[in-house]
Design a binder for this molecule. Sequence first.
Ligand code: PMP
Length: 286
Amino acid sequence: MTPKVYVNGKLFDKPDAKISVYDHGLLYGDGVFEGIRIYEGRIFRLKEHVDRLFESARAIKLEIPLSHAQMMEAIQATVSANNKRNGYIRPIITRGAGYLGLDPRKTSDPQIIIIVDDISLYPPEFYENGLEIATVSTIRNHPAAVSPRIKSLNYLNNILAKIEGVISGCQESLMLNHLGEIAECSGDNIFLVRDGVLKTPPVEAGILEGITRGAVLELARAAKMSVQEMTLTRHDVYIADECFLTGTAAEIIPVVKCDARVIGTGKPGPITRQLREAFRQLTMAN
Ligand code: PMP
């Protein structure tokens, strides 16, 4: 079935879903977006994603011409129109069409787009055997330049990191922050396990506050694991017993090598497996 795309309150077949080439979302990456999963007909953590969408918009002084409740409804209606039981939702808000020139006051209406499509996942063997990642030289955006907490349409920082990772033959790229601390990967948050303690960089490290990261922290605390949101360095990665990444698309994926060094036993570890199972159950119970 051709995907039906929501554009400003109407549904269009994918080839007919269009916006202006003068849109500042295209011209300058001026806009925000989300990535959300549908599991067996249930939208995972929709409220949290819409909260983050509105926070990202607020941070760039972009007023979304729908209320929070209307946005949730529009997303649900687009999922229903596409009859998707398992898939991916991509809401996008652009600054709107304007003149050439940066000034957002020169734009007209923000464009609201909701795409519902299939999800492209890592192949199953990466979940069984683990990923290899590499630290890249592109640092995460300095939080005082563009806050990594904003899920904006300008993803060049992450794309440059991704390119470096691809060149070095790795599935994900580990990004440091301006202080040389671990931040996150190009499209995923990172967790380590050391002596039974689950560790992940704090939001202040300059990261996107991942919804999956939040769910994993909740699951770990509910399972009475010891959890620390703390500054981490590459040293911590190299001496970790386990490492995994979290993200809407990746869910929880084990990492067994970083910078050509084997992490732990070189196989996905028991805490990673336990959290993966708990996360699977959560997506079904959502
Ligand atoms: N960090 C970055 C840079 C991301 O783009 C994403 C989302 N793809 C994540 C982390 C994970 O966030 P979430 O769990 O909300 O998908």
